[in-house]
Design a protein around this ligand. Structure first.
Ligand code: 3HC
Length: 333
């Protein structure tokens, strides 16, 4: 895909003949699979797209806690509550890793959060949908974390060192997230007819938004070609989406659930499932802020940030006091 995407000559890929000697040397390192580190020279545009992608990835992790937080107090058993709490806590950690990776590019946490809170920065569209039943906890783990794993595993091999390294632990924990989600779906599908129907209803509501997580079609993706040339993106949006469909349909069959897509059919020749047209108007409406929960999610994040101001101020005051104390301490002779 990498070569094919780069060679499609898509508008935004800088032709190699236009590169300065520094950019040519940089591209050479990328092509040879050398990891770019924070202190290395890099084109401003490389830095900019990494700040964009890594910070939006971090925002997604943090905002992604909200839909599941809705069910912590209503989990059906203490065990499910403990598992859900552990998962949500993991997501907070993923956000922190990713903000730290973004900060290595010379941007501050406050700048990143200000971009989120002002609505300037994006987070994954998937988190703007409501969680209406306990089965949604299963569907999110199975489909949303399942999609995230497919999208994030290649990022462990991306060209920017801090991002690639942050992804390794994230992916290990995402696997637990996906397993616990599928386990919830299995319990419901083995339960009463009403429980199985609840699982089917959750699949019906989360299937298409999960496919949208992979981004617009390759033809519509404005960043993919350049990100591929810089080996930030190792597979295209459509390739990873196809992988998700191929992996998930047999799992739904095993559960005895039906995928809400009348056009879904297995193509013996290609070995892939063909699936129906995604409703891109819904995708772009959600990106514009008109999804079912966009306003509520952002309001909740801004409120949490404002409510935590006293704690941040106390930490800074404490750190300043410590600094003053060591400055005043008599120098060891
Ligand atoms: N939600 C919101 N915005 C999206 C999107 C989505 N699902 N898919 C694409 N977009 C945005 C892009 O950010 C870009 O806008 P921008 O230029 O203003 O940032 C625009 O739509 C065009 O899309 P492109 O395909 O050209 O953009 P990218 O090359 O950045 O590809 C991406 C989009 C595949 C999401 C890529 O950014 C990526 O791989 N990001 C890292 C992984 C990530 O962020 N995953 C989000 C979910 S994290 C998660 O699920 C956590 C788990 O614990 C549950």
């Amino acid at each position: 895909m990498y070569a094919q995407m780069v060679d499609t000559g898509l508008k935004q890929v800088q032709g190699r003949e236009d590169l300065s000697p520094e950019e040519r040397a940089f591209q050479q390192r990328i092509d040879e699979g050398v990891k770019i580190e924070a202190k290395d020279w890099m084109p401003d545009a490389y830095r900019k797209t990494l700040i964009r992608q890594i910070s939006q990835h971090a925002h997604s992790e943090i905002v992604g806690q909200l839909p599941e937080g809705n069910w912590v107090t209503r989990a059906p058993t203490l065990k499910r509550k403990a598992i859900l709490l552990a998962k949500i806590q993991d997501e907070a950690g993923h956000g922190l890793y990713l903000y730290s990776a973004a900060e290595t590019l010379g941007v501050s946490r406050d700048e990143l959060l200000a971009a989120l809170h002002s609505g300037k920065a994006k987070y994954s569209s998937i988190f703007n949908y409501p969680t209406l039943s306990w089965a949604d906890m299963g569907a999110i783990g199975w489909l949303v974390d399942g999609s995230a794993i497919i999208n994030q595993i290649p990022l462990c091999r991306c060209s920017y060192g801090p991002y690639a390294r942050a992804m390794i632990r994230v992916c290990k924990e995402e696997s637990f997230h996906a397993r616990q989600g599928y386990d919830i779906m299995m319990s419901l599908c083995k339960g009463t007819p009403e429980q199985k129907q609840m699982a089917q209803d959750a699949l019906n509501r989360w299937w298409w938004p999960s496919l949208m997580m992979f981004g617009p079609s390759d033809a519509e993706s404005v960043n993919s070609a350049q990100s591929a040339q810089w080996r930030i993106k190792l597979f295209s949006n459509d390739e990873l989406r196809q992988k998700m469909v191929d992996q998930t349909v047999p799992q739904a069959d095993y559960l005895g659930l039906s995928i809400p897509d009348p056009d879904l059919k297995f193509n013996e020749e290609t070995g892939h499932y063909e699936f129906g047209e995604i409703d891109w108007s819904e995708f772009y409406e959600v990106l514009k802020g008109n999804g079912p929960c966009n306003r509520e999610r952002l309001r909740t994040r801004v409120q949490a940030y404002d409510n935590g101001a006293w704690f941040r101020d106390a930490l800074v005051a404490h750190a300043d006091k410590q600094k003053q104390r060591s400055a005043d301490a008599p120098r060891a002779a």
